[in-house]
Design a protein. Structure first.
Lengths: 280, 321, 337
């Protein structure tokens, strides 16, 4: 039986549309290689050809298939997005939870650290670290992104924690003598589950865009392909000036579609869980 | 002529599950110079009623039908901009339930006062300030408070400041919605004293005072109207109502509170069981029948009309018979 | 102590501390990498200046001296900080023999000229449009605007730049393809030059504002909707205050968090704008950073990053000052969360 909450959520139009777009693209990346088994990185035809029946999205300046690149690129961008989001989520939730629950000196010092990371622009820090690494595999890139994007999550989790902490059921657990960690994990975090999920969605969206940004300067993954890397090559080989619109438009459009659908999902979930925002 | 007269006023909340009948057929006549206490349990529709009485109706609340005549003018047929220009603040003012939050945190009291008064009256800013100062002094409020930001004032101060501001344009009717609910006892006394002073100094002629606390009504109301599930079930002079309540609901309300009057004290404390009905689907017949200790067969099928009985208005089959 | 001064001092201390932490990061990074970075750098230099062994020797000497790679770590740090305080960031390798400070200051003005107006314009426009959407909430206009803002907020400026460039410089050739001014011209304060510059300025400027606007609009819309439902709004409404005046109040209250938002987002806008410069070959710090990073020009990397971050922190401070002036709660010492 489908739990009631899932049924309710599926009734929300915004959620259906965004989920549809997002899952559609995910499916494309997963099934793509089977339906369209072209190697994104090898030369398959004449260079700089516009879309045709042979090459649905044309070829790039070396003669590689753009559609194949897109499919592979979406998959890698998603992969890095998920890993980076998980890392940020982990760091942010842990720091926010401890900070909000413990209060006092622990709170002040953790928040101070959070503020410092918040002020320093993550893209610049990412660029700095990435530049000094010779080999950058997807995990490294995810770590770099993950480790700089967590401050807002920590702050938000802390705020939620502080308001939940004062509730009765927590008080009961404390009187019962349960250890702090247990209280945090069993009582408090489950109540923030919806929020944590939304944070994950937002983090993922941000991470994919961050990866694209890094790749645009040539600091993305050293081997392989991603939406950002396609854009990097497109930019490097002057696709705009040469009018090769099929090369730079699709990857950007996919990136925007993925990120926007994730954001829309998060907004829809937010409206569902806190109805006041619906603007009545 | 009564200052406020309503006939068959209905206002419902439009929700996905249907209409919530918060105000369901109210006939009211408030004479000039009276303080009317409107009482009832939380959720019976009191706040909705007083907002509707001045036609402050915004979605999801909808004004369904009825007439409201305020100071001889039929406000139930006016549109929002006419109401804002000629009625609200000038003829009738509402001191909201959340008066503590009614003041904008980033604005000094003086600025609020200036904006409100200059919109309605053609006076200079200095005149406004001196008007406000005079009014504050009349009501035993430090004129200093005018120059403060809301967060610099205490809860009780804020409440009294909001009441004072609501009287600045000298409305004929002042509606005060639960002014004492969020305050401690000594501050409550200050606020009540201020309201009594308003009447005594003839600043305000008529008042409607909404509360769920019967004990407070003794101190201030001339006339009490009891509301239950969107309808008025009994109304009459304060003392009579408290000593000799006729409607079973009034009876239980009065007896749930400790009062010094010996006649009431002798009856002891009686509490009412059950809960107020869901206004989406109110019970058939008399809405009080599920909880009424004296419910009869007819109560479950026919709604009792609000009738005059000696010096009261009562809606009860038991009383009518 | 005056609460206003207390607030400012606290913020200043925080920003200075952040700056120092960043300096430490910048200092530690090249030195923390396994393997001899200098050796690999040298190899690169040799590759670039194959024909000129003297040049290579000169660069190597300069590098050694400025980076002090042969001295113990704490001496390196002291020298580093000392040199920084004198404003000496060393000599660039990729642009040898130009000094880093010299390079940065010749490229920085172009970036600032793009960034500052673009940030401010997008902020103002975004807030206005957001308020409009909130005022018309739940209507078709609102839904449409919301979708547009949502998508825009997730659109990278540089991709937007590519699209604009393609449409307006390749298909309809109304704007130039690259650069801050036409090649061959010398920067001067003459009308023709300024016009030419503005002509080149249009597309980069537009990409940034269109891209940044969305985020502001969404935030403002939420704030205004929230404020419109607040108790003080219903109160003044019931006192007969006209809608126009109420919107003024609401706008003012919604702006405060948006100013804070500006401070927080400055870094993100900066990053996006820098990458956008690449698309336009705009001669700003974006171009400089790109060059520095791809050639591992340590002095240049150090210099550009430190200068950019200090500008950013300064901007943060200015925004804090403005906020402190505007929010009466700070002046009266109200401490709340």
């Amino acid at each position: 039986m489908i739990p009631r909450i899932i049924k309710d959520l599926l009734k929300i139009k915004k959620l259906d549309v965004s989920l549809g777009i997002f899952l559609g693209l995910v499916l494309l990346s997963l099934l793509g290689p089977m339906i369209y088994p072209v190697d994104p990185l090898s030369v398959v035809g004449p260079p700089e050809r516009p879309p045709s029946s042979a090459y649905p999205l044309g070829t790039d300046n070396r003669g590689r298939d753009v559609l194949a690149q897109l499919i592979g690129g979406i998959k890698n961008s998603l992969y890095i997005g998920v890993i980076a989001a998980l890392i940020s989520l982990g760091i942010g939730v842990v720091i926010g939870a401890i900070s909000g629950y413990k209060g006092g000196l622990t709170d002040s010092s953790l928040m101070l650290m959070t503020d410092v990371v918040l002020v320093l622009p993550s893209i610049l820090i990412m660029m700095l670290v990435a530049a000094y690494l010779k080999e950058r595999n997807p995990i490294f890139v995810s770590i770099i992104i993950g480790v700089t994007s967590w401050p807002w999550v920590a702050r938000a989790v802390r705020a939620q924690m502080m308001s939940l902490k004062a509730r009765e059921f927590v008080y009961m657990s404390r009187i019962a003598g349960l250890r702090d960690i247990r209280i945090i994990v069993e009582d408090l975090l489950p109540n923030m589950a919806s929020y944590i999920f939304m944070a994950f969605v937002l983090l993922m969206s941000g991470a994919m865009i961050a990866e694209a940004g890094l790749s645009m300067i040539g600091l993305g993954v050293t081997k392989g392909i991603s939406l950002g890397i396609i854009l990097y090559w497109a930019q490097l080989f002057e696709s705009v000036r040469r009018g090769l619109w099929w090369w730079f438009m699709p990857p950007g459009a996919c990136l925007v579609a993925l990120a926007s659908s994730l954001l829309l999902m998060s907004t829809a979930l937010d409206e569902y869980f806190s109805p006041r925002l619906k603007g009545g | 002529m009564p200052i406020l007269e309503t006939k068959g006023v209905k206002a419902y909340y439009s929700t996905p599950l249907g209409y919530v009948r918060a105000v369901d057929g109210i006939d009211l006549a408030l004479e000039k110079g009276i303080i009317l206490g409107l009482a009832g349990e939380s959720g019976c529709g009191k706040s909705t009623l007083v907002n509707t009485l001045m036609m402050n109706v915004r979605p999801p609340l909808r004004f369904i039908e009825g007439t409201i005549i305020l100071d001889g003018k039929e406000i139930s047929s006016m549109n929002r901009s006419t109401l804002k220009k000629n009625v609200w603040g000038v003829l009738v003012s509402l001191v909201p339930q959340s008066a503590l939050n009614a003041l904008m945190p980033t604005q000094r009291i003086t600025d609020l006062v200036k904006d409100v008064v200059t919109h309605h009256m053609n006076v200079s800013e200095q005149e406004v300030i001196s008007m406000a100062k005079k009014r504050f002094e009349q009501l035993n409020l430090e004129a200093d408070a005018l120059y403060r930001y809301p967060h610099e004032l205490s809860g009780g101060m804020k409440q009294r400041v909001v009441i004072a501001i609501s009287t600045l344009l000298n409305p004929k009717l002042l509606i005060v919605d639960e002014p004492t609910s969020a305050l401690d006892v000594s501050t409550q006394k200050q606020v009540l004293k201020m309201l009594v002073d308003l009447k005594r100094a003839k600043i305000i002629e008529s008042m409607i005072f909404v509360t769920h606390d019967i004990a407070v009504l003794r101190q201030i109301a001339d006339w009490i109207a009891i509301m239950y599930a969107g309808k008025i079930v009994e109304s009459g002079p304060t003392n009579d109502m408290l000593i000799n309540p006729k409607h079973p609901y009034t009876f239980s309300l009065v007896n749930a509170v400790v009062t010094p009057e010996p006649e009431v004290k002798s009856r002891g404390l009686i509490s009412l069981s059950g809960e107020p009905p869901n206004l989406l689907n109110p019970p058939k017949g008399c809405r009080f029948n599920p909880r009424c200790p004296n419910a009869m067969e007819v109560c479950r099928s026919k709604e009792p009309p609000l009738e005059e009985k000696s010096n009261r208005l009562v809606a009860c089959h038991l009383v009518s018979s | 102590m005056n609460p206003f001064i207390r607030f400012i001092t606290r913020r200043l201390a925080f920003l200075l501390m952040t700056f120092f932490i960043f300096l430490l990061i910048i200092f530690a990074l090249p030195r923390a990498i396994p393997g001899n970075p200098l050796a690999s750098l040298l190899y690169q230099i040799i590759q670039q200046a194959q024909s000129n062994p003297d040049l290579v020797k000169a660069v190597y000497k300069k590098l050694l001296e400025e980076f002090g790679m042969d001295k113990p770590i704490h001496i390196q740090l002291i020298e580093f900080l000392g040199r920084l305080s004198r404003g000496d960031f060393g000599t660039s390798i990729a642009f040898y023999p130009r000094k880093v400070t010299d390079l940065v200051f010749s490229y920085l003005p172009w970036s600032l000229g793009l960034l500052i107006p673009a940030t401010l314009t997008s902020w103002v426009l975004g807030n206005l449009l957001g308020a409009l959407a909130a005022y018309k909430r739940k209507t078709a206009t609102d839904n449409f605007l919301l979708t547009v803002f949502l998508t825009l907020s997730q659109t990278p400026y540089y991709w937007l730049a590519m699209i604009l460039l393609y449409v307006f410089a390749v298909i309809i050739k109304v704007f130039p393809l690259s650069g801050a001014y036409s090649p061959g011209k010398m920067p001067a304060l003459s009308i023709p030059f300024v016009l030419d510059m503005l002509h080149h300025y249009a597309l980069p400027f537009s990409s940034i504002i269109i891209g940044a606007m969305g985020g502001w609009a969404i935030g403002m819309r939420v704030m205004v909707i929230y404020e419109l439902g607040s108790d003080y709004v219903s109160y003044v409404d019931s006192l007969g205050l006209p809608d126009r005046k109420i919107l003024q109040y609401v706008f003012k209250n919604s702006m405060l968090p948006q100013i804070t938002g500006l401070a927080i987002n400055l870094g993100t806008i900066l990053g996006g704008a820098l990458i956008t410069e690449l698309v336009f070959s705009y001669p700003g710090t974006g171009f400089l950073i790109f060059r520095a990073l791809s050639t591992l020009d340590y002095p240049l990397i150090q210099g550009t990053f430190v200068l950019i971050i200090s500008t950013l922190l300064l901007a943060n401070f200015i925004v804090d000052l403005i906020y402190a002036f505007i929010d009466p709660r700070i002046k009266t010492g109200y401490i709340g969360e």
